[in-house]
Design a protein around this ligand. Structure first.
Ligand SMILES: [Zn+2]
Ligand SMILES: [Zn+2]
Length: 289
């Protein structure tokens, strides 16, 4: 992380802690997001429209984090060419609007397994302020990288096509890859770390309360706690699916362990840049009640 970004993000972490401890009124929750998408990946508006919305909503900090270019077929990720465009558009936005909002330049980088992705390489190549590491792809039994994020209908279809409907394999492989990513390190924020639970629970209701699932999730949480990663509370699915990533049941434990936390909206449309964030802060303020 660049030192200037680190100072800014540490302030956001401190503001989150102040809400948890009651030192800051929850109505005065800080306006920022460190996770957002753009026209250059699967975001559905131009960066300019997100920037204007950030200004209109009184944001202090707005981090752009389009999906990184990947060496596999993916309609959600930036092409390398678009990554260059993203860079120049970011510079233009800072020039034009940088006095009103602090814009930060990041990417949500897909971890594709050991030796496949170097977070530092992305960081220096694209001159990023900080990086988000996320798992959206897992290898199928034949080695094909399959996107298991996104809508359930697509997930269900892929379960049959690539995974023989073996939900244990999919969940275990997601946690294996996430654990590997955490142990490799080299990035700053871990994106939506129990996201697999959402599609898995649609596929197999109640799976998240099963002992083996809980053990895998605990294993990952322990690894994150032992690392110096920042955990995001991702609010993207709150309105539609009434859940946060990680799920609220994890928050107290993360807070007890002193894990640095930020609240990110992961917006793909400008109207949602603050969606779910006031609710997340409300629940954070009640952790120790
Ligand atoms: Zn993501
Ligand atoms: Zn995202």
């Amino acid at each position: 992380m660049k030192p200037a970004a680190e100072r800014i993000i540490n302030e956001l972490v401190a503001a989150t802690n102040d809400i948890i401890s009651g030192r800051r009124d929850v109505a005065d929750y800080p306006r920022y997001t460190l996770h957002s998408h753009t026209e250059f990946c699967d975001g559905r508006a131009q960066m300019e429209a997100f920037a204007r919305r950030a200004i209109a909503d009184g944001f202090e900090v707005y981090g752009f984090s389009p999906h990184s270019p990947v060496p596999i077929e993916s309609s959600c990720n930036m092409t390398t060419e678009n990554a260059e465009r993203y860079s120049s558009e970011f510079d233009r936005i800072v020039k034009e609007h940088g006095r009103e909002v602090t814009f930060l330049k990041s990417m949500e980088i897909d971890y594709l397994g050991a030796n496949k992705v170097s977070f530092q390489e992305y960081s220096s190549r694209f001159n990023l302020d900080y990086t988000i590491g996320s798992v959206h792809f897992i290898p199928a039994i034949d080695g094909t990288e399959v996107d298991i994020d996104g809508r359930f209908e697509r997930f269900r279809e892929r379960m049959a096509r690539y995974f023989n409907n073996d939900i244990h394999y999919v969940v275990n492989t997601f946690f294996d890859r996430s654990l590997e990513m955490v142990s490799e390190g080299g990035f700053d924020i871990i994106g939506h770390f129990d996201k697999i639970g959402h599609n898995a629970a649609h596929f197999s209701p109640g799976i998240e309360s099963e002992g083996w699932y809980q053990r895998r999730l605990n294993e990952l949480s322990e690894a994150i706690i032992a690392s110096d990663l920042i955990v995001e509370i991702n609010t993207k699915a709150l309105a539609e699916h009434n859940r946060f990533f990680p799920s609220q049941s994890m928050w107290r434990r993360l807070a007890d362990a002193g894990v640095r936390m930020v609240v990110n909206s992961d917006a793909h449309v400008p109207a949602l840049i603050d969606a779910g964030r006031s609710e997340a802060f409300k629940y954070l303020s009640r952790i120790y009640e």
